[in-house]
Ligand binder design. Structure first.
Ligand code: FAD
Length: 522
């Protein structure tokens, strides 16, 4: 007989085999001899009240073997000599998973990535952190693995309807991710492990006959008779393909501008903008775990907050427990912050984006820019923040309490952001309609999480790359641009994903549609 039980326990007991077995036998009123095996299908944390408990859903076999739990099988073909070739611009999660899926379906992917491989990319990250130099082709957003490589690697997604999340987890495990992501209710990989996974995916693509070109920025499309037949790279090379998957992410402003110049339709998309807030992790643990010692069995605590202020959502975004704030600008004269964390989430800091929803009405001053209005607003704020920070990657910051009381901080707490901080009055740096909502939002968060408005908490600007400010339209059926044959926008840049897993799922879905398109070609 195969059954499922739910076991709630103190964290120290959750991973204890003897304890779990005894709970199973108690709940199923079974004898030890009947238990042939068990497997935890999901671990989650119930921190709603004290003491904090770990809840696990367990599959149990009595008097029969436990069903096998195999990873999704890999079915890659050799596509070295395949007749059709598909250009993929961008090797982020959308591009990587599109390439893998094309190989499964017998089509050759040719990937063009403006940034470098994970190892070379590290040198450029060091240059931003240490020398304040932003390479526009290789940074925290651009390069092998895209924006997801030097990130937190959180893998939870709300887009479960758009694809098979489990399949993506399995593919990540096949390429080196910890199998615990398959059972954790809030899985993450960590920035120290992600480059290995990304590299394994690259090797898989190459080993099956796909091609990848790093340091290759696409600057134009070749269009013939309403169809895209190739791209032009920065060096002037023309690369031909039967279709093009455009997976350039939310920060490829030159691609949005190229599309607008070529009169390929785009749409303005709401996004969100604000600051990153950082607290000592021990404080967040204390609040979320009700003063209970975290110990070795509980992870660094996370939180999720949302509040409505004057008709706009103010919410936490990409919370990174035990992490670091990183400089995620993609050009020299702007400051953009984001968060990442290692697999153990063991830094002393907890950071999170706290952002305000930006709707079309809010960017009315950029109306003349049409679909790029929200992008122009985003660009304007990032530049203003760069000026306020002293025109380096040093980021404007303020103690949270001082922000609420409207005064410049006389000193700032220690921060995980390496390039350094400049004390400012954030109300003078951010647009007023954003800063007053942030202030009211923070006050509400302080009421929801007692201790959140702490002397040691500070805000750092600007969190502005939460999602794409532009949408590249596509036909809901074919997933192709309605005006350009063979052009398939994919992932976050087109507005079809909001994170690593949703971008990966979108990449797969687009690859499948591209193959349908190729089958209809003469
Ligand atoms: P991207 O990952 O942005 O990839 C686009 C790629 O296209 C880039 O590599 C870029 O170099 C390339 N490109 C752009 N223009 C061109 C061109 N003209 N020619 C050639 N190549 C080009 N998401 C999560 O789900 N969990 C997290 O924990 C998380 N943490 C994050 C932390 C940080 C620091 C950052 C920056 C992002 C984080 N995100 C996280 C967001 C996540 O990384 C993105 O949602 C995801 O990577 C989007 O995937 P994508 O493939 O659509 O685009």
């Amino acid at each position: 007989m195969i059954k499922e039980v739910e076991i709630k326990s103190l964290p120290a007991l959750a991973y204890n085999d003897e304890f779990v077995k005894s709970e199973i036998l108690k709940q199923l009123k079974a004898e030890p001899g009947e238990l042939t095996g068990y497997r935890t299908l999901r671990y989650s944390i119930d921190a709603r009240r004290s003491p904090v408990q770990i809840v696990q859903r367990v599959q149990v076999a009595l008097d029969e073997p436990l069903p096998a739990d195999e990873l999704t099988p890999l079915m890659y073909k050799n596509v070295g000599d395949a007749q059709k070739r598909v250009l993929i611009v961008g090797l982020g999660p959308a591009g990587m998973f599109a390439a893998l899926r094309l190989i499964e379906l017998g089509v050759k992917p040719v990937v063009l990535e403006r940034g470098y491989d994970v190892r070379t990319r590290r040198r450029d990250l060091k240059a931003v952190n240490r020398d304040h130099i932003v390479n526009p082709d290789s940074n925290y957003c651009f390069g092998e693995g895209g924006a997801g490589t030097y990130s937190d690697g959180k893998l939870y997604t709300r887009s479960t309807k758009r694809g098979d999340v489990r399949r993506i987890y399995d593919l990540l495990v096949h390429h080196g991710a910890n199998p615990f992501i398959r059972v954790d209710a809030h899985p993450h990989i960590g920035t120290n492990k992600l480059p290995g996974v990304v590299q394994a995916i690259r090797e898989r693509i190459l080993e099956h006959g796909g091609e990848i070109y790093f340091g290759t920025r696409v600057v134009d499309f070749v269009l013939q008779g309403g169809r895209v037949t190739g791209v032009v790279t920065r060096d002037g090379a023309v690369i031909e393909g039967d279709a093009l998957i455009l997976a350039t992410g939310h920060s490829a402003r030159d691609i949005f501008e190229l599309l607008q110049r070529k009169q390929i339709s785009l749409e303005l998309k709401p996004f969100a903008l604000g600051v990153r807030v950082e607290h000592p992790q021990a404080l967040i643990d204390h609040i979320q775990y009700h003063g209970m010692e975290r110990g070795e069995h509980l992870p660094a605590a996370r939180y999720k907050l949302v509040h409505q202020v004057a008709g706009r959502g103010v919410y936490s975004f990409c919370m990174c427990p035990g992490g670091f704030i990183v400089p995620a600008a993609t050009a020299q004269e702007e400051i953009v912050v984001n968060g990442m964390s290692p697999s153990k989430r063991d830094s002393r800091f907890a950071n999170s984006g706290i952002v305000v929803e930006i709707l079309p009405d809010d960017v009315a001053e950029f109306k003349k820019d049409g679909p790029l209005a929200a992008l122009r607003f985003q660009q304007m704020v990032e530049r203003r923040v760069w000026e306020a920070g002293g025109k380096t990657q040093s980021a404007p910051a303020q103690r949270l309490i001082d922000f609420i009381n409207g005064k410049v901080s006389t000193s700032l707490p220690e921060c995980s952001y390496i390039p350094g901080l400049t004390p400012v009055n954030m109300h003078e740096v951010l647009p007023e309609f954003v800063s007053f909502r942030l202030k009211e939002g923070f006050k509400a968060f302080g009421r929801k999480m007692k201790g959140y408005l702490n002397e040691e908490a500070q805000i750092v600007a600007t969190e502005s790359r939460t999602s794409s400010p532009v949408k590249i339209p596509r036909n809901p059926e074919t997933l192709m641009h309605p005006e350009v044959g063979g052009l398939f926008p994919a992932g976050e840049g087109g507005g079809y994903a909001g994170g690593i897993v949703s971008a990966a799922m979108d990449g797969e879905r687009v690859a499948e549609k591209v193959v349908e398109f190729l089958q209809k070609l003469p």
